[in-house]
Design a protein around this ligand. Structure first.
Ligand code: ATP
Ligand code: MG
Length: 342
C-alpha cells in the first residue's frame, strides 16, 4: 500500500496485472443485470460536452418516477456536479459532502481498499416533485428519486489515483478494469432497491466514466442536431462499440436535445435517424426551450414543484421521453412498466 494525497492506495496496478487487451475484454463482458427484477443501469454519455446529458438525466429521472412510479437512482460521475446541483442544489451538495456522501467517497473506498458498497454514499431523498413527496407522506409512495451525487473533489481524487497508478506498471485500461470491478460490486446490492439507475457521465473518458460504461446495461446518447455534435456522437459510438460493447446499437437510446425546428436541424435529425444511427432506438426530440432551463433550477433543497409547475410547456416532452424509454426497455428486455399518473 502507498500513500497518495493522504489516501492509501490498496489497489496497485500489479495486483490486477493483466495486459491491455485483456482489460478491454474485461470491460466488454457481462452486464450487471442479475435477475428479472434487477434495476436497469443506463449510462447517459457522449464525449461531446454540452449536448444535454445532465438535463436528459434529470428529465428522464423525473419522468420515470412521476409517470411510471419507478424508483430511480441518479449517479453523478461528473465532477462538474451538474445533475447533483439540479437535484440537490449547491447547498445540498455541500451538505452531502459534509456527510461523506457522493461519488468521491466511493472512489476513496476503492483507493483505501475497502469492500465495495455504494449504498452509504447515497442521498435517499432527491425528489423535487410535490406529488411524489405528498404520496410518500401518505405512505402511498409511488415513484422516487435518490442521488449518489458528485462534487468537484471527485476529479482531484481521480487525478491523484491516476498519477499513482501510472507511475508503476498501470495503464489507463488496467485502472478502468479495476475500477469497473469495484463499481460493479458496489452497485450490485442496489439492483434490487431501484428500478432504474441513471449514470450521468462526464464529457470525457475518466477512469470512473469508463467503469460506468462497462457496468451499464444500456446507453442513453443525447446529441444535438448540428454537424459538430453529429461527428462527436459518431466517434463516441465507434469507441464504445470497439472498447466496451460491440452490441451498442441494440442497447442504445438516442435523444436529440435542444432541437430547433429549422430546415438544417430537421435535415440533420433525418440523417441521424436514417443514416448515421439508423440501427438505434430514438427518443423524442427535446425542444430548445427556456422552460427546460427553468425546470432545472431548484430554488432550495426543501422546495418542491408540481410536475406541471416544474416543466410547464415541456411537460408533454418529458412524458414522451419517459414513454419512449419505457418502449425501448420493453423491446430490449421485455420489461413492461405501466403508466401510473397522467
Ligand atoms: N432542451 C433545452 N433547451 C434549452 N437549453 C437546454 C436544453 N437542454 C439543455 N440546455 C442547456 O444546455 C446547456 C448544456 O446542458 P447540459 O449541462 O445538460 O449538457 P451536458 O451534456 O450535461 O454538459 P457537460 O458535457 O458539460 O456535462 C445547459 O446550459 C442547459 O441548461
Ligand atoms: Mg453534464
Amino acid at each position: 500500500m502507498r500513500f497518495v494525497a493522504g489516501l492509501l492506495i490498496a489497489h496497485l496496478p500489479d495486483v490486477v496485472a493483466k495486459g491491455d487487451d485483456m482489460q478491454v475484454e474485461t470491460l466488454s463482458t457481462a452486464t450487471t443485470q442479475t435477475s428479472a427484477n434487477a434495476a436497469e443501469i443506463a449510462a447517459i454519455a457522449n464525449l461531446k460536452g454540452g449536448v444535454g446529458k445532465s438535463t436528459t438525466t434529470i428529465m428522464l429521472a423525473d419522468g420515470l418516477a412521476y409517470f411510471y412510479g419507478l424508483e430511480v437512482l441518479v449517479i453523478d460521475l461528473d465532477s462538474q456536479a451538474n445533475s447533483s446541483q439540479i437535484l440537490l442544489t449547491e447547498s445540498g451538495i455541500k451538505a452531502a459532502h459534509e456527510q461523506e456522501k457522493g461519488a468521491d467517497f466511493l472512489l476513496k473506498q476503492f483507493v483505501d481498499g475497502e469492500p465495495p458498497a455504494a449504498a452509504p454514499f447515497i442521498v435517499p431523498n432527491a425528489v423535487s416533485l410535490d406529488e411524489l413527496r405528498r404520496a410518500e407522506e401518505r405512505d402511498e409512495r409511488l415513484g422516487w428519486v435518490a442521488a449518489l451525487p458528485s462534487h468537484p473533489q471527485l476529479r482531484l481524487g481521480e487525478m491523484s489515483l491516476e498519477e499513482d497508478w501510472y507511475s508503476g506498471t498501470g495503464t489507463p485500461s488496467s485502472l478502468a478494469a479495476a475500477l469497473t470491478e469495484h463499481f460493479r460490486a458496489a452497485v450490485k446490492p442496489l439492483l434490487s432497491l431501484y428500478d432504474v439507475i441513471l449514470i450521468d457521465c462526464p464529457p470525457h473518458l475518466s477512469p470512473l466514466a469508463r467503469a460506468a460504461l462497462a457496468t451499464a446495461d444500456s446507453f442513453i446518447l443525447p446529441t444535438l442536431a448540428d454537424p459538430i455534435s453529429t461527428w462527436g456522437t459518431k466517434q463516441f459510438s465507434d469507441w464504445v462499440c470497439e472498447h466496451v460493447t460491440p452490441d451498442l446499437p441494440e442497447r442504445n437510446f438516442v435523444v436529440i436535445t435542444r432541437f430547433r425546428n429549422t430546415a438544417l436541424a430537421r435535415q440533420i435529425r433525418n440523417e441521424l435517424e436514417d443514416v448515421y444511427l439508423k440501427d438505434r432506438f430514438f427518443g423524442t426530440a427535446i425542444p430548445d426551450s427556456i422552460n427546460v432551463v427553468r425546470a432545472m433550477d431548484r430554488p432550495a433543497a426543501d422546495s418542491y414543484s408540481s410536475f406541471r409547475g416544474k416543466y410547464a410547456s415541456v411537460t408533454g416532452d418529458v412524458r414522451r421521453l419517459a414513454q419512449r424509454y419505457v418502449e425501448f426497455m420493453g423491446q430490449r428486455t421485455g420489461q413492461a412498466w405501466k403508466m401510473v399518473r397522467d
